[in-house]
Design a protein. Sequence first.
Length: 604
Amino acid sequence: MAAYIPDEKITAIKNASDIVEIVSEIVSLRRAGRNYVGLCPFHAEKTPSFTVSPDKQIFYCFGCGAGGNVFSFLMKQGGLTFPEAARALALRYAIDLPTRNLSPLEKKKLTERETILTLNDRAMSFYHDCLLSEARGKQAKAYLLKRGMTRKTIDEFKLGFAPDGWDHLVRYFQSHKKPPQMALQAGLFAPRKEGVGHYDRFRNRIIFPIFNEQNQPVGFGGRVMDDSLPKYLNSPETPVYNKSRSLYGLNRARRRCRETRTVHVVEGYFDLLAMHQFGIENTVATLGTSLTAEHVQLLKGFVGEGGKAILVYDSDQAGIKAAQRSVAVFQKGLLAARILVLPKGHDPDSFLMAFGPDDFLKAAEASMGMIPFMMETAIENHGLTIDGKVRIVNELKPAIHAIGDPVARSLRVKHLAERIGVDETVILQKIRHAAPAAARAGWMKGRQDRDNAPPPAPVRGETYRLERQMVAMMLQFPEMIADIERRRLMDHFTDPALAEIGKDIVAHFARAGGDIAGLLSRWEDPGKKAVVARLSLTDEHWDRDGCTSLINQFADSIRRRDKALLKRIEAAEKSGDVNLLAALLREKQHEARRTVEKQSGSTH
């Protein structure tokens, strides 16, 4: 890490950062004693096991084992390298970072994302200025006003206009000496067919900047103002833009999502703008793709425990297909979802214009869960004839099969059986034995994986438990470290990872006090960080008497271990087992040598 950023700069960034503030932008947190808890953004869970400590400036999930400091969180959540996470925080807290010591390759990798974000920001300003220009943006501005957009919405969402023509942005970047290859990588330019030069990707379109959670423009969407195709054009995937993790308007929706514990998901840019314009700010929009597991995981972090998503569609058929596609995704993410299908001929934009926000919110409140919605729609479409019931079961089969919780799945089957008058066991059998081929293959693979799985790791014994407690005590009650050092207890640790962590705690705390977040910055290994984060957040009550008792208990265990080894050596001698005796003597010599080496090393 020091090869990228000086240690003093890392310390300055760490001291300036507030992990609760950073995590709160992604996860809905609530106070729980001295800490904060929320639903983990890294795995699906129904009850919060994700803990953030403002005192120690660390996080740990007791469900999946992810843990670390503020750098670790940004690295795992955003897929960043350590230097990228450090630079993002430095930019946020106005800390200047040097780059002069980087090699050309390191500097290129480090600045690629920053360069693309800078180019996107300049492109956004260019498009916005074009829209507001009397000469260039008159027609586009008239179109937006006709669609009901206010000047406030245009400014807040930085809407823009890409003029008709092949190279307006190209020439703008040339005049400002911006690198064309990076603009190409950012998705702003496209290469000419003849292989020489570039042209603007977006031409004669309304431009919608797409922001990340840090309010940085990561991509763009463009819409034509007539009936030409394609109606919408989005940025391609880039180092800063991933469609599977991006949602339009999320940067502006997160506060209201937390407050209401509800998020509305719409399908288009104008639908989202209308929702926000009418005060329904807990709304996001998909970007021309179906909802993904990453989207659901992201939304779950914003709405928090017990929150829900309301999927808003503009026709029955679209609602059915969307529900079918989304059931499995929401089940995997463990986020409750409802379906709101607006009256025929209406999308959220037109519905709000015609009836206003109060009627929309009433309709949203009355929306149905995904499976009940699909059930009632199938009954309405197919009727309750014999053939109709067969079609209903076949249509609902994939959605019910996708329900991961066996209790919930059983209850849905029971409800369907009662609703259409078919024996429950018959429906259950049909769902089990007539699942899609992909699902059957998944079952078979799961069975094979279980059959071929290695035996479980052996349960670690009393010695390992005591060593973990000793490390936890060092982290949470560092006043006892001097006593541990004086008695050379760490020389007798049997677990290499815990021994290394203990050694690093001693070295770091001697220099920086009980700074656990700083300790985590010493390592790149996420496993080490997770162990320290977990042990730092255990609920044990530490006082001097309890610590002294644990130290004495550990010292006693060392003596018992030594006595046990001696007894085994004596027994091997008496039994005449030469091979066992040789192995035990080697073990005793190894222990003695290791102790001497550690003691010798500590004197240098």
